[in-house]
Design a protein around this ligand. Sequence first.
Ligand code: BGC
Length: 400
Amino acid sequence: MKDSRFAPLNDWLAPGAVLFLFVLLFSFTSCGTSGSEEAPATAEESSTADTVQVRSYGETPDGSATLFTLRNVNGMEVDVTNYGGIITAIRVPDNRGAMGDVVLGFADVKGYLGEHPYFGALIGRYGNRIGGGVFTLDGTTYELDRNDGDNALHGGPKGFHRQLYEAKTINPEAGVRGVSLRRVSPDGEEGYPGNLDHTVRYLLTDENELRIEYEATTDAPTVVNLTNHAYFNLGNQPTILEHELMIEAERFTPVDEGLIPTGELKNVAGTPFDFREPHAIGARIGEENEQLELGLGYDHNFVLDRKTDYALERVATLYAPSSGRFMEVLTTEPGLQFYSGNFLDGSLTGKDGKSYEKRSALCLETQHWPDSPNQPDFPSTELRPGETYRSTTVYRFSVR
Ligand code: BGC
């Protein structure tokens, strides 16, 4: 399958040219983990509309973390920390105008230092599973740090979700504000080859869109698959079973017992995996179905039906009847992992003292398909010196 991720800059600029130029020319105001000198730094200033607020978020083994609150003219807010590129909160209104936080997470950085299932995190160097924790590239076999039985999951035990990033604020201008995080993942980190210089920009627009832009280059052949692992619950119910989900996918990648794709692309027609029309998640999750049994629910990669290869397109929608909140997912990626929070078990207590029960939230992870480095027929995740990896995902919020 043709992979045009490494298209010339002009191709990539087309949909986001104005935004990109704006970011490049006007927005970078400071370096280091303490954020922008121009960004307000006190709690009082944080109440002002349209800001990037910067504050200390506590200590990590690698240094002090910072929390950035992006706020748009509608009062929508996104909190992001440079520890693990984690989105710690997304506050959006329901259909009566009441603001609510729609993602799982912890109240402070300490929560994220402990064991947790990647709440809100930046995932890399390879999002999702690599079977057997091993792959061969240009004749060399790379052994990865295994952290999911025999497999490598989400970049390994100290993946990007546990790294501290250099941060720059992108101050409000032309309806956009944000934060840019950068780090070089050293050659050999978690077993992956090549120094990977990567940047992730979190941008909040006045259209209530959280836009995440990923970019990476390498000095040796490697594999890359970056995503975000936000756990969403848009409603006022303890589980996401009422949520109505639509995914533009005619096929998905069935898995084996280790949740590694078998290599088959299976048609969704006539199965509980057919989300081409919106369906309540709870409606079919309990059906007798081998794939639902293997995943303990939905935990599968959907093969997105793309109108244009690797253009930014709407691929999924999520609606919570209890709140009227509606979220659209747009991406340049060929796949979407829909994970229905099956492994949440109430053992973790998050913000507001809430314990996170089974299926209390779901993930819609935009990505290349799992185990691609071992699946020659899947779109390639290889990145070579001289190429630039680029990927964009937008979560757009509104009400009905
Ligand atoms: C995976 C799940 C996993 C979860 C948390 C998801 O992306 O698909 O299998 O349990 O992440 O690690």
